[in-house]
Design a protein. Sequence first.
Length: 399
Amino acid sequence: MSLALAPTPKPKKLNILGATGSIGRSAEAVILGAPGRFEVGAVASGRDAKNLARVAKSLGARFAAVADEASYAELKAELSGSGIECGAGPQALEQAAVAPADLVVGAIAGAAGVKPTHAALVAGLDVALANKECLVCAGDAFMRTARKKGVKVLPMDSEHNAIFQALGGEPMENVETMWLTASGGPFRTWSAEKIAAATPEQALAHPNWAMGPKVTVDSASLMNKGLELIEALHIFSIPAEKLAVVVHPQSIVHGMVSFADGAVTAGMANPDMKAPIAHCLAWPERVATSVRRLDLASLGTLTFEKPDLERFPALRVAMAALRAGGVMPTVMNAANEIMVAAFLNKQIGFNDIAREVEAVCEEFARHNATAAPADIEEALAVDHIVRESSRSRIAGVGR
Ligand SMILES: NC(=O)C1=CN([C@@H]2O[C@H](COP(=O)(O)OP(=O)(O)OC[C@H]3O[C@@H](n4cnc5c(N)ncnc54)[C@H](OP(=O)(O)O)[C@@H]3O)[C@@H](O)[C@H]2O)C=CC1
Ligand SMILES: CC(=O)[C@@H](O)[C@H](O)COP(=O)(O)O
Ligand SMILES: [Mn+2]
């Protein structure tokens, strides 16, 4: 009788971009909950030096990068004596992205994530992508690089991860429809009049998920689901006509796939990002997590309804950008980032977000060529121009 032990898997080496955010903290919990399975090389964030230093130490990283150069002195002081190297600015961010690794977690919020996350692909590293704005801003160029380099983009966003699991490796020709579920956000049952007067505090009160402010406001307007349709188009190389949204207030079913024979598979879990994060980090293996186990009998009822495009026009605007394709998703994403920030700063009202994003898209299409950006640089140049023109509209909103 031989007493052969199962080989201990080598720890998977990770870099985490956006390590201080909501996704970053959930990733930290997954990693700390699976001793010996992961090793962290580099971590990066925007400006929160104190928290970045904390997570770098907690995960035993070797390098920490902060985007904001003004935060460098604080980061250095926080890391002093730890032996962890650090840097600041765009080059340091790129250094964190391309540090030797098996997988890079892309969890920076917004189009700020495009350059560093793309740098990881260029360096030939697989990416686990939470940052949907990367694909809305520069999806064609981003995925072209992944294909050219032969690297994987694993979907970490809960809906896309559920669909990835529900697909089970089936060829795309067999897929009739990919369904993304939407919780409907905090205003799902509100009247149009009440939504018009919604405050940032109300928009930030998501019924099911604790997330960063930008994605939480997008969930309230349903723009998040529009961004996710565009994200799905790129991740799964599926035509826009095969993508659909259904509102599911319990956030238990995250995504579904309908096949040509009428069968439907669903990806389900309690709403906790540790589940899709663990799936991506361990893929193609599995790792145990503390995610509360699903008990359908005690839940009792799961409900589904059509999205209301009248009360939630942001989804209609995003669906138009999805259908138009070309540069329109890039334009819409940039305008939305500016308008969401203006809403959170109480400069504009909730309904102004979708109204202004639509106006910016229409104006851009009237005066510019609408072909898809040829590369990341072109996408970011459009992003920059649209941000400027969006900012210039804010003072005039409502006047
Ligand atoms: N939270 C969630 O459950 C989900 C999030 N997502 C997506 O994941 C991404 C991150 O979301 P979330 O974690 O909620 O967001 P958070 O706002 O909680 O965190 C954002 C992270 O990005 C960093 N960051 C911000 N600006 C920059 C910059 N210019 N350069 C480098 N880093 C920067 C922040 O650093 P700092 O703290 O230093 O500012 C922080 O680490 C988004 O694209 C979101 O749509 C997708 C599915 C679920
Ligand atoms: C957890 C996650 O993936 C978010 O993107 C989520 O989808 C937000 O919830 P909504 O369904 O309300 O947009
Ligand atoms: Mn999502």
